[in-house]
Design a protein around this ligand. Structure first.
Ligand SMILES: *Cc1c(COP(=O)(O)O)cnc(C)c1O
Length: 227
């Protein structure tokens, strides 16, 4: 069986070659290891191999892993659907939340972010294919929510996140990622500067990097099938 360390080296090579193909620096793309439903041992192996950033979808599972890796100095990203009754523990324990799609949740995180910690990093989730089954705001809602969130003092609005539907080939995969990039550009024209595009998973990260992803969220390609 190939282990996490080998997978990590392989993925880093693939990220670097995608960045190169896009004329970008390899260091411009951060790899987020999505460890949901994966055992702690795999997180520890990846951390020992040099991975610093991890993503979790479920609050309780994430809190346990954060607690069990305190000595490793890792950065934890919440990438699941966030219920308002769980915002406090997320504000207290995570470094990033990628899935903000309403002002109420953002306000709660802002109010609950402990003063002793830095600002909580935020991405707004855009429902890029307007799918009934997925969370996220529409393109029309984005400017208003971005303006409101960027005014919250304990949050740092870093950028946009999307989770497109599956598409068969790279050309088609690029299309929703290009649209997200253009949304960030038009926010910039409105005076809202961001530096993060959280887009691309195991099956489409090359297309995402070609369109400007700065964080790719990779689970199965790194850790294997989930439990
Ligand atoms: C599970 C998940 C991923 C990782 O998906 P893989 O296909 O396993 O790489 C990335 N982003 C989000 C939001 C997820 O829920």
């Amino acid at each position: 069986m190939i282990g996490v360390t080998e997978n990590l080296a392989l993925i880093k090579d693939l990220l670097a070659s995608a960045a190169e193909a896009a004329g970008r620096e390899p260091g411009a793309v951060k790899l987020l290891g999505v460890s949901k439903k994966q055992p702690l041992a795999k997180v520890l192996e990846a951390a020992s191999a040099g991975l610093s950033d991890f993503g979790e979808n479920f609050v309780q599972e994430g809190l346990e892993k954060i607690d069990q890796t305190r000595d490793r100095n890792l950065t934890w990203h919440f990438i699941g659907h966030l219920q308002n009754n769980k915002t406090r523990v997320v504000a207290e324990s995570f470094d990033w939340v990628h899935t903000i799609d309403n002002l109420k949740t953002a306000r709660r995180l802002n109010d609950q972010r402990p003063g002793a910690l830095g600002k909580l990093n935020i991405c707004l989730q855009v429902n890029i294919d307007n799918e009934e089954s997925k969370s996220g705001i529409t393109a029309d809602e984005l400017p208003g929510l971005a303006a409101s969130v960027s005014a919250l003092p304990r949050l740092s609005l870093r950028g946009l996140m999307c989770l497109p539907m599956e598409r068969a080939d790279e050309e088609k995969q690029r299309e929703p990622f290009a649209r997200l990039r253009k949304m960030a550009e038009s926010l910039r024209n409105d005076g809202i500067e961001t530096d993060t595009l959280s887009m691309g998973m195991s099956g489409d990260f090359r297309a995402a990097i070609l369109e400007g992803a700065t964080i790719v969220r990779i689970g199965t390609a790194l850790f294997g099938d989930r439990n």
